[in-house]
Design a protein around this ligand. Structure first.
Ligand SMILES: [Fe+2]
Length: 394
C-alpha cells in the first residue's frame, strides 16, 4: 500500500455567536490577560457607530484601549507597519479587529509582527512563511462587521504587497499558517445589520464562492468537505433575506455563521476564481466579492468536466430541487442559480463594466499564475486558461 502523505487539519478557533455577544468584550480581554488592547478598525466602522459598540464594554470593564483606524480597502503592507508602530507606541498587549476582511487581515499581520522580526515579506506563503510563524503570538479577538470574508476563522491574511515582486507593480499575497487564526471569533449579528444591500450582496457572494470553491477543491480534507456543503445550505437559505431585509437579525446571524463555516472549509483549498479575483482588486479596484460573483459562473463552466458531481450537490444545497435531474443538468442548475443571485443583487454584468480594461488582461493573467489558490482548482489551469476566463467574464 502506498504511504499516505502527512496532512494538517486545524479546527476553527473558539467562536462565540449570538446577538449582543460584543457586550462580553471586556470580559474576554481580561480572560486573555490583556491590559491594553489595540483596536484595529476603519473609518466606515467608526462612522457607522459600530466601533462604539465595542469600546463601550471595554470602558465598562475599565480597560483603556488604543484605536488604529487608518485602514483602506485592499490594504497594503504599509498599513501593517503603521499599525505596528502605533501598537508599540501605545504599549498594547492584545489585538482586537472590528471590521471586514481588510481590517481583520491587517490586524492578523500586525499581530504577527509584534513578536516576529520584520520584514513582513518573510512570512508570505510563497516564500515559505508558513514555517517561520510560531505560536508565540499575543491574543487576537476578531469581531466581523460583514458576513463574507470569514477572516475571523481562517488561517489566511491577504495583503497587498507594495515591494514590487510582480510582473509589474503590486499584487496580493497571502500569509497562511495554522497559527494565523484568531484566539476568539466574536460573531455578533447586531454588528452587521447596518450593512447596505450592495455590501451585503458582495460579501455574501464572497462567502458563497468560498463554499463552492472549497467543496470541489482537490485537497483531501473530509472534515471541511462536509462543512462547505452545510455552509452553502445556510447561505443559500439566508442570503436573499439578508439582502432584502437587512434588519432581519436571524438572517444576519445565519450569514455570519455561514460565512465563518465557508471560510473554515477553505482549508481544503480554493480555486481559480480567487486567483483571478485577487488581481482585480489591485488592478481595477473591483471589490473582492463583486469580482468573485462575476467570475464564479465562468470558472464553473470551465470546471464542469472535472466537477459536475460536486456542482450537482451544490445546486441541491442552494435549494434547487434536483431530484429529477441528471448530474449534468443539476450542475448546470447550480450555475444558473448563481447567475440568478447575481441578477437579483444587480451585480455588474461583466468585468469591463466593473472597471477592468481589456488590454490589461494578458498582464493580470500572468499575475494570476503567481497566486496560490488555483493550485487546488478541480481542473488544472494554464496562463492561457486564465486569460480566456478573464475574457469570458469581461
Ligand atoms: Fe474570498
Amino acid at each position: 500500500m502506498a504511504q499516505q502523505p502527512i496532512v494538517n487539519y486545524s479546527l476553527p478557533p473558539w467562536i462565540q455567536f449570538g446577538a449582543g455577544a460584543i457586550k462580553n468584550l471586556g470580559k474576554h480581554v481580561r480572560s486573555f490577560g490583556g491590559k491594553k488592547p489595540l483596536i484595529v478598525t476603519d473609518e466606515g466602522v467608526t462612522n457607522a457607530g459600530i466601533l462604539s459598540k465595542a469600546v463601550e464594554p471595554l470602558k465598562h470593564a475599565q480597560i483603556d484601549c488604543a484605536v488604529f483606524d487608518a485602514i483602506q480597502p485592499n490594504p497594503t503592507d504599509l498599513s501593517v507597519l503603521e499599525g505596528l508602530a502605533f501598537h508599540q507606541a501605545e504599549g498594547c498587549d492584545i489585538v482586537i479587529a472590528i471590521g471586514g476582511g481588510s481590517v481583520m487581515d491587517i490586524a492578523k499581520a500586525i499581530r504577527i509582527l509584534t513578536t516576529h522580526e520584520p520584514p513582513l515579506e518573510n512570512y508570505y506563503l510563497d516564500v515559505g512563511g508558513m514555517d517561520r510563524v510560531t505560536s508565540n503570538l499575543p491574543a487576537l479577538i476578531c469581531a466581523p462587521t460583514t458576513a463574507g470574508t470569514g477572516s475571523e476563522v481562517s488561517q489566511a491574511s491577504i495583503i497587498t504587497d507594495t515591494s514590487g515582486h510582480t510582473t509589474e507593480g503590486h499584487r496580493k499575497r497571502i500569509i497562511k499558517t495554522p497559527y494565523n487564526v484568531a484566539s476568539l471569533a466574536l460573531l455578533d449579528p447586531e454588528l452587521t445589520v447596518g450593512m447596505p444591500p450592495g455590501l451585503t450582496a458582495a460579501t455574501g457572494m464572497d462567502a458563497l464562492t468560498h463554499g463552492v470553491e472549497a467543496y470541489v477543491a482537490t485537497r483531501y480534507h473530509p472534515i471541511t468537505e462536509g462543512v462547505a456543503l452545510q455552509a452553502l445550505k445556510i447561505i443559500g437559505k439566508s442570503i436573499r433575506q439578508a439582502y432584502h431585509h437587512g434588519n432581519d437579525i436571524e438572517a444576519r446571524g445565519e450569514m455570519l455563521i455561514g460565512s465563518a463555516m465557508a471560510a473554515f472549509s477553505f482549508q481544503r483549498g480554493l480555486g481559480a476564481v480567487h486567483s483571478l479575483a485577487h488581481q482585480l482588486s489591485t488592478e481595477a479596484n473591483i471589490p473582492h466579492g463583486i469580482a468573485n460573483a462575476i467570475l464564479l459562473p465562468e470558472v464553473m463552466i470551465f470546471n464542469l468536466s472535472h466537477a459536475a458531481k460536486g456542482y450537482a450537490d451544490i445546486a441541491a444545497a442552494l435549494g434547487v430541487d434536483t431530484s429529477a435531474m441528471s448530474t449534468a443538468d443539476a450542475a448546470d442548475a447550480a450555475i444558473a442559480e448563481i447567475r440568478s443571485l447575481n441578477e437579483e443583487f444587480s451585480m455588474p454584468k461583466g468585468l469591463g463594466i466593473a472597471g477592468l480594461k481589456w488590454e490589461r488582461i494578458p498582464k493580470i493573467a500572468k499575475d494570476a499564475m503567481l497566486d496560490h489558490c488555483y493550485k487546488f482548482n478541480p481542473r488544472p489551469c494554464t496562463e492561457t486558461d486564465m486569460r480566456d476566463l478573464f475574457e469570458a467574464a469581461f
